[in-house]
Ligand binder design. Structure first.
Ligand code: NDP
Length: 342
């Protein structure tokens, strides 16, 4: 089928839903595509303590359900489809979903977020789901009275370890440097969990198993001449950060050196007028649920202004971020000018 909309939102994390709340309240009748992981990264967390407005904390999946309900309340159309192809070269913009459906949109908000990074070991993918996991909330229950390792030294790794402490007998936290990247408040909380032992300067070199399940891991410290060590465990939880979900846009938009979408400072504008980006897909700095939500609000306001200025002025001028290419849109079409300086 072919659908038309004033505003298509790609992604269903805090940025996407917040954009949807604002866009639907502005009568833009937005269509939101959830992607494969509806609700985004917060669906894999336990308690979120730092989202303003929840003095007692809230579970990540509940927060996402609340945001979903709030965007439905104002009329957002939520579609469970994964956008697999985009065409920003003409107006209206064109999106193609996994279902084969085509969407023609006057404006686009990209809120595809970020995904968990993996170590890249062969046995990591081999034992994924049978001992290797990226989500303690989802899989922690299966490790009751077992020994596990958690890889990473950031907030996510510590939170994974705390959650696993409800079930596992022993948790070995592997930190590749001699310091944590995690916030001090979480580091302090470690003292409450005697079952968590921290191994600094330690990398996970391999995962061993019987072909069906994990039985041990091979560890290597940065101490010169120290031999690799085999540690018997039944679970491996990888929590080493995230990378932005931008592969769909790499041929269409300007990305920074780490693969994040470049936006004009202080706004959600990308290099293409009418295409906006918000949340973790364009933020390598803060990456918080609340900053993602805030930038989703900005994107919806930017869309509203873009659509109304297009109607009023019948022309838009946009300089790409940190480039000298300008785009002028008129009712007769699009013109690109190069070597522009302001
Ligand atoms: P981070 O990027 O903050 O931390 C990643 C950790 O993984 C670092 O310790 C890093 O080590 C380590 N690492 C990276 N690559 C490897 C590798 N190949 N092998 C071994 N270790 C590796 O990611 P997080 O997911 O922890 O956090 C992301 C953001 O989300 C942060 O801003 C964080 O504050 C926030 N967050 C907040 C929470 C809360 O407020 N409750 C909960 C969870 C996340 P190194 O330091 O050596 O690079």
């Amino acid at each position: 089928m072919v659908r038309e909309t004033k505003c298509a939102i790609i992604g269903s994390g805090p940025a996407g839903y917040t954009a949807a709340i604002y866009a639907s309240r502005a009568a833009l009748d937005p269509v939101l595509f959830t992607g494969l992981q509806m609700g985004g990264q917060l669906m894999q967390t336990t308690e979120v303590d730092n989202f303003p407005g929840y003095p007692a904390g809230i579970f990540g999946p509940q927060l996402m359900e609340d945001l979903r309900q709030q965007s439905l309340r104002f009329g957002t159309e939520i579609i469970q489809d994964d956008i697999i192809e985009v065409d920003f070269s003409d107006r209206p913009f064109r999106l193609i979903g996994h279902t084969g459906d085509i969407t023609l949109a006057d404006s686009i908000i990209i809120a595809t977020g970020a995904s968990a990074k993996w170590l890249g070991l062969e046995n990591e993918s081999r034992y994924f789901g049978t001992g290797v996991s990226g989500c303690a909330t989802c899989d922690g229950f299966f490790y009751k009275d077992k020994s596990v390792v958690v890889v990473g030294g950031g907030d996510t790794a510590l939170e994974e370890a705390f959650f696993l402490a409800k079930f596992a007998k022993e948790i070995h936290l592997l930190v590749r440097k001699d310091t944590f990247r995690a916030s001090q408040i979480l580091q302090n909380r470690l003292q409450q969990f005697p079952q968590i032992s921290v191994h600094f300067n330690t990398e996970l070199k391999d995962i061993l198993g019987d072909g069906k399940k994990v039985e041990a891991v091979v560890l290597k410290t940065s101490i010169p001449n120290e031999e690799e060590k085999v540690l018997p465990v039944e679970g491996v939880f990888v929590a080493i950060g995230h990378h932005p979900n931008t592969s769909l846009f790499k041929d269409h938009l300007t990305l920074d050196e780490r693969g994040y979408i470049k936006t004009v400072k202080g706004s959600s504008k990308t290099g293409i007028p009418g295409v906006f980006a918000c949340g973790d897909v364009q933020d390598s700095e803060y990456r918080q649920a609340i900053t993602a939500a805030g930038s989703g609000c900005m994107a919806a306001l930017d869309v509203e202004r873009y659509l109304s200025s297009r109607l009023e002025n019948n022309g838009i001028f946009c300089l790409e971020p940190e480039s000298t290419i300008a785009t002028i849109i008129t009712k007769n079409g699009i013109t690109c000018l190069e070597n522009i300086t302001l």
